[in-house]
Ligand binder design. Structure first.
Ligand code: ADP
Length: 216
């Protein structure tokens, strides 16, 4: 099963994506996580991506298409995959469609997380993430230790640079200008687009999402 997650920054795609992937028994790919890992490791990809990411701008399509192709060709994706933030522009949606056609795999569902902008700004400005496993938290301060981190023995909570107010506002504008048209593109191309109300407790939103992927 191939699931594409769409929705503005802060809508909860990362958190719900983990849960949906676990319920379906498939991996999740998040381009944001791939890029942040590259920045941390100082690879050429990371060096190219860093400036765009810190400002809250999109990384060029050609970079994302490369990540997408490589990720989808991996054998562990044979049973399916949840794609989080992988498609943010119409050229990326076209690119993904071409890669899937080559692999003879259908896109099963596009989950569109919807939520009012005020709620997004509040969520992002109060958010910290573990620098080891990327788990997001609200109400926990930067520099606290994440003792339960599965990736590193001393995960530390940090504020993402792109969660600073100016970058958040820019990400919202970028979403409206570049990613909102992707929803119309999918509808025009006959995709199964399911809107998920992303406001509510984690388990409540999860139940809505699982219902939409046939696991509710
Ligand atoms: P969010 O969805 O909350 O904005 P992510 O962690 O998914 O955050 O992504 C962080 C940043 O990584 C984006 O602001 C952007 O700079 C870059 N990025 C991730 N995915 C893409 C993509 N598909 N196209 C272009 N840039 C991307």
């Amino acid at each position: 099963m191939i699931v594409v997650l769409l929705g503005p920054p802060g809508a909860g795609k990362g958190t719900q994506g983990e849960r949906i992937a676990a319920a379906l028994g498939v991996p999740k790919i998040a381009t944001g996580d791939v890029l942040r890992a590259a920045v941390k490791a100082g690879t050429p990809l990371g060096l190219e991506a860093k400036g765009y990411m810190d400002r809250g701008d999109l990384v060029p399509d050609v970079v994302i298409l490369g990540i997408m192709k490589q990720a989808l060709a991996a054998p562990e994706q044979a049973r399916g995959v949840v794609l989080d933030g992988v498609v943010r522009t119409v050229p990326q949606a076209e690119g993904l469609a071409a890669v899937l056609a080559e692999l003879h795999r259908p896109l099963d569902v596009v989950l569109l997380f919807t939520i009012a902008e005020d709620a997004l700004v509040a969520r992002l400005s109060g958010r910290t993430v573990c620098d080891g496993c990327q788990t997001p938290f609200t109400g926990r301060a930067p520099s606290e230790t994440h003792a339960e981190c599965a990736q590193s023995p001393k995960g530390t909570l940090v504020r993402r640079k792109d969660d600073e107010p100016d970058a958040v506002r820019n990400r919202m504008r970028v979403y409206e200008a570049q990613t909102a048209p992707v929803v119309a593109w999918y509808r025009a191309h006959g995709a199964n687009v399911a809107a998920i109300d992303a406001l509510g407790a984690l388990d409540v939103v999860q139940a809505r999402a699982l219902k939409a992927v046939g696991k509710g």
